[in-house]
Design a protein around this ligand. Sequence first.
Ligand SMILES: C[S@@+](CC[C@H](N)C(=O)[O-])C[C@H]1O[C@@H](n2cnc3c(N)ncnc32)[C@H](O)[C@@H]1O
Length: 318
Amino acid sequence: MKVDPRPWRDAWWDALYGPAGFYRGVEGPAGHFTTSAHGPLGAVLAAVVAHLADQAGVCRVVDLACGRGELLAHLHDQRPDLELLGVDIVERPSSLAPGIDWLRSAGGPALPDELRDLDALVLAHEWLDVVPCTIAQVDDEGVLRTVLVDEDGTETLGEELTGEDRSWADTWWPDARPGERVEVGLSRDRAFADLVSRNPAGLTVAVDYGHTKATRPAQGTLTAYREGSLTEAVPDGRRDLTAHVATDSLGADEVVRQRALLHRLGLDGATPSHATASTDPLGYVRALGRASSITALTDPHGLGGFHWAMTRHTRVHA
Ligand SMILES: C[S@@+](CC[C@H](N)C(=O)[O-])C[C@H]1O[C@@H](n2cnc3c(N)ncnc32)[C@H](O)[C@@H]1O
C-alpha cells in the first residue's frame, strides 16, 4: 500500500526505528559507517571520556546511542574500575564484556524510563543527528512550509510551518530565503534537555556535527549513508538518515569544538621522540599510532570540527 507524502520527521523515524528500521539491522551502525568510537580512534575517545568522568568526579559512564557498544569495549579495557552502561534500540550484543550493563530504548528522542536519577558522565555520541526533526523550506512566495516526502524520497511542500516549530525557526534559523531549507532543531533541543534532566548529579555531553546561527547551512544537511557511501535521502529503512545539529539552541552550558577540547586535555597529536624507536620499538609504534589517531580526531576540516555540547549539574549536598 502506497503511503501518502508525510512530514520528513515522521518518515525519518519509521525509516530508522520502525519495525523494519535501519538501526534494527543486525550489522549495526558500524556495518555502514565508521565513527570516532570505532577502532584506534575509539581508544583515544575512550581515554577522553574517562578523563572527563574523573574530572566530573563520577565513576559511571552511560553511553547513550552506543551502537553495539564499541566505545564501551575500549572503556572497559582501559578503565575496568568504571561502571559502564550502554543504551541502544537493540538487545544487548552477546559480544559485550560481562561487566557492561545494557538498556534497550525505543529510538529517536525517546529514552527508556529506567534511565533516570543518574550520577554519571552521560555521553551521546552521534545521537542527536539521528533524532528526526522537522524539515521546512521557503517557497517562491517566501512562505516557510513543511517538507513532505514519499517512500521513494520525492519531496513536496506541505502546509505553512506554524506553532512551536515555527517559533523555533524564527528564533534560531531566521531569514531563510526562497528555496532555502530550515532543519528545525526543536526535537533535538527537547531530547537533549530530557537526557540532561535524567542526570541530575553528573555531566551530560552530546557530540555531533553541528552549526550555530552564524553558520547555518542554507540548503540544509539532511543526507543518507549506506554501506560506507553517501547516498540519496530516501526514507526506505535501508540507509542511515542524518542531519547536523543546531548546537547553540540546545541550552548546553558550553559548546566546544573537539579539536579545542582535545588540545585543552593536552592531546595535540605530537609524534613521539624518534630516540625511543631504538630503546622501546613497540612503545614507539604504539605512540605513533596514538598520535595519528589524535591527528585525525583534531583535524579542523574533519572530526576536529565536531561540537561537544556539555551540561554540568553540580551535586547538591544536604
Ligand atoms: C550514528 S549511530 C552512533 C553510534 C555510536 N554512538 C557511535 O558513535 O559509533 C546512532 C545510534 O543511535 C541509536 N539511537 C537512536 N536513538 C536512540 C535512543 N533514543 N536511545 C538509544 N539509542 C538510540 C541508534 O540505534 C544508533 O545505534
